[in-house]
Design a binder for this molecule. Structure first.
Ligand code: EPZ
Length: 419
């Protein structure tokens, strides 16, 4: 038996939707908690997603005490044990790689399986390894598990060859407990990096410059308990805003930090979508006449690669051809074949997708990754007839309470069991 999402399309959505805590922050904040050797760390506002549950269970594998209820996680890692983690759980999500930086910082030794996660084409972690080695760790791959060992971690100057969210956070985690000063250059500037640095500083770390191109860290010997509320998920917000632009009558998306979504807002306004942007919410009004747009995904604050799939269905409603060029993950187009099954007129040529005006029609489709999954949900809601989405574990990894949130907006959507 497999759970699938079944959608009867054609309803116009209206009302309010509340954005949960940021997945890509949560998946780094949870590993960071294991670095506190004194006191409890409390994380508030966590999303209700399977990636959170998996990471909490990895903490428990290290004999760490955790309690998760009402989106609040309390962690007491005082008696944490350094146990090898070469298991299925590590391979079920990409962000398990943050266990490396956190465990290396605290224990100076880690044995861990290879990270898994969404298939977006090649996703190397060479920059993470380069950073750990620069701090003094020896990294080897033994029978598929990574072994990271350091006599001691010593601060270093590291210039990343690639601007990477994961490498920036991972090396920041380890360096916060290295001896002396680390300077990280050519780092990513995503809001999630600032969120992780904020928690680490509350725990006693000394990190400056998160959110800029250079991060300076004075290492400390130990970290303590702290309490932190996670930032709202800008990608979840952007996903619901894109959905509302396509099939909303008037939808209010609440708990948004508008500064995190400027690239999306500018493209939506260029397309003719009416947005009313307030301090922490956005009202989206659908426009009858939409214009095509051209966009390129880029590192923050450019247009997020995580939003190119959710914005695609909206562009079928424009009166001419739109073009999306993917520069971060050039192979992140596995949703295109699925959209074609839904009658979409869309082509993938040389790292770009050309989206022609189309009327979608419901059928069976397969989610290849998290954001492809949300793209198919929007397409299903727009389409005539019934759409059944398979492989929905990808969607459940990252969209908190998705069925409930969409039902509240008036969508005809449900989970059903299939043979
Ligand atoms: C993060 O992945 C996000 N995941 C991704 O979100 C997001 O798509 C991506 O950043 C880009 O914004 C998490 O935060 C858990 P990167 P990450 O390292 O950190 C190359 C979603 O849907 N690279 O910034 O793994 C890499 O191949 C997901 O929520 C190297 O070459 O991405 C890519 O082309 C999926 N070597 C580029 O850098 C490295 O060592 C950016 O990747 C690391 C990365």
């Amino acid at each position: 038996m497999e759970e699938v999402i079944q959608i009867n399309g054609g309803n116009t959505l209206s009302g309010e939707v509340y954005v949960s805590g940021a997945k890509n922050s949560a998946v780094a904040l949870i590993p960071a908690t294991l670095m506190a050797s004194n006191g409890e760390v409390t994380l508030k506002g966590l999303p209700n997603i399977s990636d959170v549950e998996t990471l909490v269970s990895l903490l428990e594998d290290l004999e760490i005490k955790t309690s998760l209820s009402n989106n609040t996680l309390t962690v007491n890692a005082e008696n944490a044990e350094n146990i090898p983690l070469p298991n299925e759980k590590v391979e079920s999500l990409r962000a398990s790689y943050y266990m490396m930086g956190a465990m290396l910082g605290r224990f100076k030794k880690v044995v861990i399986g290879q990270p898994g996660g969404c298939h977006l084409g090649p996703r190397p972690i060479d920059q993470h390894i380069k950073g750990f080695e620069a701090l003094g760790a020896e990294v080897t791959n033994e029978h598929g598990a990574l072994h990271l060992v350091a006599e001691e971690l010593v601060g270093a100057k590291i210039f990343f060859d690639v601007v990477s969210v994961g490498a920036t956070i991972n090396v920041m985690l380890a360096a916060s407990m290295a001896k002396g000063r680390t300077v990280l250059e050519n780092v990513a500037r995503e809001p999630e990096i600032i969120d992780v640095a904020t928690l680490l500083n509350k725990m006693g770390a000394n990190i400056k410059g998160a959110g800029t191109e250079t991060i300076r860290i004075e290492g400390v010997e130990s970290l303590n308990g702290a309490s932190h509320t996670i930032i709202p998920d800008r990608i979840e917000a952007g996903s619901y805003i894109s959905l509302a632009a396509a099939i909303g009558d008037e939808v209010k998306v609440k708990n948004v930090i508008p500064e995190h979504l400027e690239a999306l807002f500018s493209k939506l306004e260029e397309a003719g979508v009416e947005l009313e942007i307030d301090d922490d919410d956005v009202i989206v009004r659908r426009s009858e006449k939409l214009k095509p747009v051209q966009l390129k995904t880029q590192v923050y604050p450019g247009f997020a690669t995580d939003l190119q799939q959710p914005i695609t269905p909206l562009l079928f409603l424009a009166d001419d051809t739109s073009k999306i060029t993917e520069t971060v993950y050039p192979a992140r187009f596995r949703h295109i074949d699925e959209l074609r099954r839904m009658n979409a007129n869309v082509e993938n040529k040389g790292g770009s997708v050309f989206i022609h005006p189309s009327t979608l029609s419901g059928t069976d489709v397969y989610a290849s990754d998290l954001r492809a999954g949300f793209c198919l949900v929007i397409a299903g809601l727009m389409a005539e007839g019934t759409t059944t989405i398979y492989n929905i574990h990808h969607i459940m990894r990252g969209y908190s309470n998705i069925i409930k949130k969409l039902e509240q907006l008036g969508a005809d959507i449900k989970l059903v069991e299939r043979e």
